[in-house]
Design a protein around this ligand. Structure first.
Ligand code: ZN
Length: 159
């Protein structure tokens, strides 16, 4: 991406659109994780997005694997792909910091968000703020992450 000269908001938007489409077309970490230690379902009835998230935590409470399966709109799939990419290798406490920062950022982009976190890829989803119904598509996977870590048995729902 460094070869691209980002000098206008439109260029940025185009890059972000590309990132979302790329992750939606070829989601990372897609599939079932047979030795998952934590799992949660996410449902966004407004859009019809559905996913199941699988996490494998090691003895030190680090996420050493994360996968998801399911179906939904491009934003929900891309967001789940970026989310799994982001949290693999993180301590669960840091992953939860990301959850809080991302959900804050996507619901209220005017605020300051997660100083020590790398939110560069998450910024690709900032545009959803202009379409409030899509915010739930973008945050669904993150809510599932929160549920899986807390081992809630009820499905994560955006409603
Ligand atoms: Zn959706």
């Amino acid at each position: 991406m460094s070869a691209v000269d980002i000098n206008s908001r439109d260029d940025l938007r185009e890059l972000y659109r590309e990132l979302i489409l790329d992750h939606a077309r070829s989601p990372r970490h897609f599939g079932k994780l047979d030795d998952a230690t934590h799992t949660a379902e996410g449902i966004n009835p407004l859009c019809g997005d559905k996913l199941r998230l699988y996490l494998r935590l090691d003895e030190e409470n680090r996420i050493d694997a994360a996968t998801f399966e399911g179906s939904g709109c491009a934003i929900s799939v891309a967001s789940a792909s970026v989310m799994t990419d982001t949290v693999i290798g993180l301590d669960v406490s840091v992953a939860l910091e990301y959850f809080r920062a991302v959900t804050r950022r996507l619901t209220d982009p005017g605020q300051d968000h997660g100083d020590n976190l790398d939110l560069e890829k998450i910024m690709a989803f900032d545009g959803v703020h202009e379409f409030p119904s899509r915010i739930k598509c973008a945050t669904l996977a993150w809510h599932a992450l929160n549920c899986a870590i807390h081992e809630q048995t009820k499905p994560a729902s955006t409603e």
